[in-house]
Design a protein around this ligand. Structure first.
Ligand SMILES: Cc1cc2nc3c(=O)[nH]c(=O)nc-3n(C[C@H](O)[C@H](O)[C@H](O)COP(=O)(O)OP(=O)(O)OC[C@H]3O[C@@H](n4cnc5c(N)ncnc54)[C@H](O)[C@@H]3O)c2cc1C
Length: 256
């Protein structure tokens, strides 16, 4: 099995930026991604606050950063990391089907994922379709009744968007019963960190975010964190990229 200097878990903007920094520092770098590169921003059609690229799409930005990382020598692979174990010389990442990857240093960059429905509402929804993105899936329910669950701005935007497509859009809160006739449930009740497998590995705060300061060092030697899964005040593309730069640089320093 090839052993890497640095394995980065998650190919969002934070993880891919960390790869650029670590590989430019002369390290062998692998980025593991469970789904598609780009993470949360992938479905956004126009980004207005990424410096130097007014209106770039999430796909466009992702493609550019990934190409840059690959051109510089970073490797990418697809695997959902389920567990990380300490070994004699570093860390072993264990994926589905017991697939293993080894590195001296780990950078955790798993970001966040949509919060799921409560047990009660999930039972209520039964076999009905569940979506976390009206722009992605709304068109599937043309002239059919749907429901949006959530109380914040995202839920309001999803409701307004779906009103142009569905025959009826119910907008309910996270405790309300799901209307019987709705064929699809659009869930917009916030996000949670994708840190399930980190419990017992590094210190987490009460909401599951990995505790680290601006140096992106976790409670465990040789494990760094970058992006939205870290405790921080502002979760945005530029702060994810900034964390990636710091974590990549700290990893180089740690490896010496
Ligand atoms: C709809 C929407 C629009 C947004 N618009 C903007 C905007 O216009 N401007 C802006 O600045 N910010 C915006 N944001 C916020 C921005 O997208 C995030 O702050 C940023 O993408 C976070 O990047 P990240 O790399 O930390 O995490 P993510 O983007 O969450 O990436 C994490 C990656 O890790 C992968 N992963 C997770 N767990 C595992 C695992 N166990 N094994 C392997 N891989 C794993 C995920 O699949 C994902 O690809 C938006 C967010 C959303 C949801």
């Amino acid at each position: 099995m090839k052993k890497y200097d640095v394995i980065i878990v998650g190919a969002g903007i934070a993880g891919m930026t960390a790869a650029i920094y670590a590989v430019r520092g002369g390290k062998e770098v692998l980025v593991l991604e469970s789904r598609v590169e780009g993470g949360q921003i992938i479905n956004t059609t126009s980004i207005e606050n990424w410096p130097g690229e007014l209106g770039i799409s999430g796909v466009g930005l992702t493609r550019k950063i990934k190409e840059q990382a690959e051109e510089l020598g970073a490797e990418f692979d697809y695997a959902e990391v389920k567990k990380i174990e300490k070994n004699a010389n570093g860390w072993t990442m264990i994926g589905e089907d017991d697939e293993k990857f080894e590195a001296s240093v780990v950078i955790l960059a798993m970001g966040t994922e949509p919060r799921k429905l409560s047990k009660k509402q999930a039972a209520d929804a039964g076999e009905r379709a569940i979506s976390y993105c009206a722009t992605c899936d709304g068109a599937l329910y043309k002239n059919r009744p749907v429901v949006v669950v959530g109380s914040g701005n995202t839920a309001k935007h999803e409701t307004a968007y779906l009103k142009n497509i569905a025959s009826k859009v119910y907008h309910i809160h996270h405790d309300d019963p799901i209307p019987k006739d709705a064929v699809a449930v659009f869930v917009a009740i916030g996000r949670v960190p994708s840190t399930n497998f980190c419990d017992g590995l590094v210190e987490l705060d009460e909401n599951g975010y990995i505790i680290a300061g601006e140096d992106c060092r976790t409670s465990e030697e040789g494990i760094f964190v970058s992006g939205d899964c870290r405790t921080k005040n502002l979760r945005q593309l530029v702060t994810a990229a900034a964390d990636g730069a710091i974590a990549g640089t700290e990893a180089i320093k740690y490896l010496g």
